[in-house]
Design a binder for this molecule. Sequence first.
Ligand code: 5GP
Ligand code: ZN
Length: 112
Amino acid sequence: MSCLFCKIASGEIPSTAVYQDDLVYAFADINPKSPVHILVIPREHIGSLAEAVDEHRPLLGHLMWVAAEIARRKGLAKGYRVVVNSGDEGGQTVDHLHLHVMGGRQMTWPPG
Ligand code: 5GP
Ligand code: ZN
């Protein structure tokens, strides 16, 4: 197993946990781009959103719920952004599906 985020989910590589359950692990981004910047990943290795298949549909819904739950727990009542980069042109740099939960400042659109 060589995947960085699989190693983080298993605890082999340390991270700052924010939320965890049987299906999902969430942790602080090592290079935050906003005052709150959390990554939410499935414990199962899925390379990207593009690699998600029919059987992942409940898991994808759960990941989105966890993103909202983290935002509530972090007090992001004024708003926040959830981002999924998929593939090279999508800006994905770590090949394990992850949601970015970002907040604590005004977000701009489009992100670039
Ligand atoms: P992507 O560009 O693939 O959408 O996002 C990858 C994110 O993972 C980046 O925001 C980057 O800062 C974060 N990241 C990369 N390596 C590590 C790491 O070892 N630990 C943590 N906590 N975050 C990481
Ligand atoms: Zn992985």
